[in-house]
Design a protein around this ligand. Structure first.
Ligand code: F0G
Length: 396
């Protein structure tokens, strides 16, 4: 059995309550009975549902999510002087982002509660994922997106899976406000990461890393937007330790875009509350978020793990995206490349060590946002395909 608990005042809620915020205004987390969990960490066939004993749902709406590769870096590792550097590539999920882990559990919960309508606000990936899982589970799906500010591939996904796409005038933060009000008013189940069941699915990233690596890494580096994923992964590692399966924890390292870095400011300025950024801007549209809803969970994850937060510029993000693709053969969207850019920056200033076992989380596939590449990297002008021309170009 599990229950929901307010992360600030500790008030308890039951699994049948449809509730996202505590009466005190703070947010909720799921509390799992770790005595009921099973040690299935044998290195074989990782997937979200392999760890079902850690998941607080009985139904299962699945598109075979999780089980993403943990690549050992071949070339970047040496370039940066690492001994052990890994890339957990979440772009290899059914809708090509880590959101599928949260949605398989969140949509299963919607079915358990008997909900027929689901909704989210999204910078793109959440909407693509919810749309797919809703199609699979035959639920009506409504997604609110910041008008003109989501990547083309993600918009195409939401449309083709049959969601009702509602562009909102404003940014993600305004779309989230709108969907939260609408879902309460119209009895629609909200599946943004303020819903604690989403994070329960996403914590399986931690389980898979441990399962695939055979040990807990020293450091996890990942992009931070609405701040759910860093919180979820930290919860996963903490549960593994509390269940007696592991005996150490990684250091959580969160990266934001320079034009959208409210959590980095909070960390660097030593604030104890978040000051939202009113006009977030970055080419990494997935993390173009000024008022992250899970800021307190993420802040606690960084603090408890002795972690840190850093910001990277759009130029650094695009360079890192190209570097990862051209050295490792892994094409990720700009937000995901911020993990790599953050690692580079933190190594350069001596804030992190090369002898650590480090896992970079790459959160979404590069093909979701092809414009980010075609608009930033120039290809040559067209030529005739005759042998003279080709000989000149190929240098024969
Ligand atoms: N990377 C990608 C590719 C994302 O799509 C997101 C979030 C993040 C990182 C940040 O994760 O919000 O848990 O801190 N995308 C959300 C969306 C907001 O609507 O798709 P977070």
């Amino acid at each position: 059995m599990h229950y929901l608990r307010c992360i600030t005042c500790g008030k308890r809620y039951e699994p049948t309550d449809i509730v996202y915020n505590c009466t005190c205004g703070s947010i909720l987390e799921a509390v799992i009975d770790l005595n009921e969990t099973q040690d299935v960490f044998d290195g074989n066939n990782p997937s979200v549902w392999k760890y079902q004993s850690f998941l607080p749902v009985t139904r299962r709406a699945s598109l075979h999510e999780g089980g993403t590769p943990l690549y050992e870096s071949q070339n970047l590792k040496g370039d940066f002087g690492y001994r052990r550097l890994y890339i957990k590539n979440e772009g290899e999920n059914p809708t090509c982002s880590f959101k599928d882990r949260g949605m398989t559990v969140g949509v299963s919960k919607a079915l358990e509660l008997g909900m027929t309508k689901v909704a989210c606000a999204s910078t793109g990936n959440t909407s693509a994922s919810l749309a797919a899982y809703s199609a699979h589970a035959a639920l009506d799906c409504y997604v609110m997106i910041p008008s003109g500010k989501i990547a083309l591939g993600k918009l195409a996904q939401a449309i083709i899976y049959g969601a009702k796409v509602i562009p909102i005038n404003g940014n993600f933060d305004q779309a989230l406000d709108a969907v939260m009000t609408a879902s309460k008013a119209f009895g629609i189940y909200l599946l943004n990461s303020i819903n604690p069941y989403r994070l329960e699915g996403q914590k399986t990233i931690a389980f898979e890393i441990y399962d695939q690596l055979g040990e807990v890494p020293d450091r996890i580096i990942l992009p931070v937007g609405n701040a759910g994923n860093i919180s979820a992964i930290w919860k996963g590692f903490k549960e593994l330790k509390a269940a007696g399966i592991t005996d150490s924890l990684p250091v959580m390292t969160g990266i934001q875009a320079a034009g959208s870095q409210p959590m980095v400011r909070m960390y660097k300025e030593g604030l104890d509350t978040l000051i939202p950024e009113k006009h977030p801007e970055t080419i990494a549209t997935a993390i173009r978020i000024g008022n992250p809803v899970s800021w307190l969970k993420a802040f606690n994850a960084v603090k408890e793990s002795g972690g840190l937060m850093e910001a990277v510029t759009d130029e650094e993000i695009l360079a890192a995206q190209r570097l990862l693709a051209s050295t490792e053969g892994i094409f990720v969207e700009p937000a995901s490349a911020s993990s790599v850019a953050g690692m580079q920056k933190l190594l350069a200033c001596g804030a992190i060590e090369r002898d650590e076992t480090t896992v970079l989380i790459t959160t979404g596939h590069g093909l979701k946002d092809p414009n980010a590449v075609t608009e930033s990297i120039k290809i040559m002008d067209p030529v005739d395909g005759d042998m003279n021309t080709l000989q000149r170009i190929l240098g024969e």
